[in-house]
Design a protein around this ligand. Structure first.
Ligand code: URA
Length: 237
């Protein structure tokens, strides 16, 4: 693999920054200074450092995005796609969202190019927990208990979940499934209505409070590890 590509795929540099760093003599390969961005290296064996910092090679991209309203989670060329919030170099690495959010739903969206782990996380058998903050038409304790127990939605019955109310119109809901419009449909089925919905956690990863809507960052190694392992564990409803 070319050295400039190796650096840009680390997620720490754009391609242009990588070329500049290499030409500027900031990059070493196996301890030797190199200035040729097209130098071919073995991505699995080379020890690459930039400004004295070891740059590991990551095979897959993992991104945390704070999805704003009026964007769609699909990656099929829709101009409202969340992909358009990312820099150009991330649009061509095969990223897709781990589960979809409705256009008007905001909050944590994880995008990855690691298809196998994403598939595991999305498998209904894995019970990956998703937590949403919501506002709704006022609900009673009886309606809250019905939501938690599971609601008949004609095509399926929602699994038991956790609903915690701050007041009759605001709360959080933790679900382990992700069917189309599921939470909105659950509230309609008990005679209420969701007015706003924001995902605040996915598979044990909370939305980073330092991100503003529309902003993103790479997942840390630790967060990727949590998704690779905890995503497979049963959540406690
Ligand atoms: N449930 C919904 O109804 N909408 C979402 O976007 C996510 C969960």
């Amino acid at each position: 693999m070319r050295l400039d590509r190796y650096l840009s795929e680390s997620g720490l540099f754009t391609r242009r920054e990588a070329v500049k760093a290499i030409r500027g003599g900031l990059v070493t390969v196996d301890g030797e200074a190199v200035r040729d961005p097209s130098l071919k290296i073995d991505e699995n064996a080379a020890a690459v450092e930039a400004a004295g910092r070891r740059i590991g090679y990551t095979r897959f991209r993992w991104i945390m995005l704070y999805k704003p309203a009026d964007t769609v989670s699909t990656t099929d060329g829709d101009p409202r796609s969340v992909l358009n919030l990312l820099p150009a170099e991330y649009r061509s690495v095969g990223l897709f969202p781990c589960g979809r959010l409705d256009a008007d739903t905001t909050g944590l969206l994880i995008l990855t190019s690691d298809g196998a782990t994403a598939h595991n996380l999305l498998s209904p058998r894995r019970h990956c927990e998703k937590v949403y903050r919501f506002s709704c038409l006022p609900i009673t304790e009886e309606q809250r208990v019905k939501l938690e127990a599971g609601v008949d939605l004609s095509d399926f019955t929602s699994k038991p979940c956790r609903v915690t109310m701050a007041d009759p119109e605001h709360g959080t809901i933790a679900v382990t499934e992700g069917k189309y419009h599921q939470i909105k449909r659950m509230f309609l089925a008990v005679g209420s209505e969701i007015l706003s919905l924001e995902r605040i956690s996915f598979g044990g990863i909370p939305l980073d409070p330092s991100l503003a809507r529309g902003e993103w960052r790479l997942l840390t190694e630790e967060e990727i590890g949590i998704l690779e392992t905890n995503g497979g564990q049963d959540a406690q409803p």
